[in-house]
Design a protein around this ligand. Structure first.
Ligand SMILES: [Zn+2]
Length: 143
């Protein structure tokens, strides 16, 4: 998927994906604002762009869900993020929290080709340094 997105958009997509998987309660603009440490109006502005690009949908109660397209993009982003942070921790001995932050700065910019290569160099790991699963291409196709 050749889709140009900003770091902020990538961050929000990843948050919606992770929060809706990991938590029972609804993902709202307020929850994302709390997560990234910015004001809710700032979040709403970015969410509006994501909605226009048909990556998320917003329900009547303000609950945010990923569209089919958004879910696929999220899985690709999470895959890139987790492969890169695995590399940072395993090969560069970086602290997992620092590796996570550094990975977020560049993960969305790198191509799937580079990530696939990196993944095989790492021995196709199943989990990231935080123990979360790394999505694989065949799983992403199904979403
Ligand atoms: Zn991370």
């Amino acid at each position: 998927m050749a889709l140009k997105i900003t770091k902020r958009e990538a961050d929000y997509i990843k948050i919606v994906y992770e929060k809706s998987l990991e938590e029972q309660h609804k993902v709202t603009s307020g929850l994302i604002a709390k997560e990234v440490g910015v004001r809710t109006p700032t979040v709403i502005e970015v969410l509006w762009k994501l909605k226009k690009r048909k990556l998320i949908s917003v329900g009547k109660a303000g609950e945010i869900t990923l569209t089919k397209r958004g879910l696929k993009l999220a899985a690709i982003l999470i895959r890139k993020h987790r492969i890169l942070e695995t590399y940072f921790v395993k090969e560069l001995n970086l602290d997992p929290t620092f590796a996570c932050k550094e990975s977020s700065n560049v993960d969305y910019l790198l191509s799937s080709e580079v990530m696939d290569r990196l993944c095989s160099v790492l021995g196709n790991p199943c989990n990231c340094p935080h123990g979360k699963p790394i999505p694989y291409e065949n799983q992403i196709e199904r979403v």
